[in-house]
Design a protein around this ligand. Sequence first.
Ligand SMILES: Nc1ncnc2c1ncn2[C@@H]1O[C@H](COP(=O)(O)OP(=O)(O)O)[C@@H](O)[C@H]1O
Ligand SMILES: [Mg+2]
Length: 279
Amino acid sequence: MTEPIIRCNGLSHTYKGMVLALDQIELQVHEGEILGIIGQNGSGKTTLVKHLNGLLKPTSGTVTVDGMDTRKVTVNTLSRTVGYVFQNPNHQLFANSVNAEISFGPSNLGLGAAEANQRIEEAVQFFDLQVFRTIHPYRLSFPIRKMVCMAAVFAMRPKVMVLDEPTTGQDHAGVDRVHELIRKLQESHTTVIMVSHDMRLEAAVADRIVVLRDGRILAEGSPRQVFAQAEILKSTNLQAPQVAQLGQRIGLGLTLTVPEFIQQYTNWRPVSEAEDHGE
Ligand SMILES: Nc1ncnc2c1ncn2[C@@H]1O[C@H](COP(=O)(O)OP(=O)(O)O)[C@@H](O)[C@H]1O
Ligand SMILES: [Mg+2]
């Protein structure tokens, strides 16, 4: 297998010498992979992903991104490789219009004007932000602000895109757009790391899921492997997606998405029903 694009070795982080937020994390992320990170509030998800573009530096251990030790390069350099969409859009937005916000990255990458413009247009179109272009981001609703943040990072075409709680506050159409974004990123071989409480999203799009608890990796595997471990999830107040719980409750087995549920359900009859018919 190729060298991982991200490697955390013995990564620990202590805030202000007091709060141990990450404890000896060992993690490798491969190029093109879609990695989900789940865990209850305060388990260290945001702290972990902020190490990937150098916003935070390890208190001990190392983080290597595309061959760079994050302690030895600037956030500016790292953010060309790892684009981070903040959990809270207000921590990311700084420009006085949506257009300026989305243009900033591509305009500062040293691209030609035509290429920069093309990326800006594509990002605006993809996130359906045309009507907001001249508006100050602070005048927009939370979900639209979050879209602006995603568009601004998407326009930079980083090799790795980190989405911190991308579906929070989004309506149905917004959630669908996030799903579509991740699929589009996957097609372009972008590595995606998504932190989310949204188990439907994680089950539907992640290749691999890491479960954090108290700054440590509690479990790791494919969505099927992770969501099959009901006891472990319960111990950290997480639950498999509703459709998975339903499938298990009625004896159908573990189904991760609604289409999978429907497909399995149509080919299935509970044992008692088969017996009723004398089969
Ligand atoms: N800036 C900070 N200063 C001190 N403690 C912090 C700070 N940010 C987060 N923490 C603490 O670190 C732990 C992990 O937080 P965080 O990474 O935000 O978790 P999550 O994203 O999983 O909710 C929590 O105990 C939190 O209170
Ligand atoms: Mg967080």
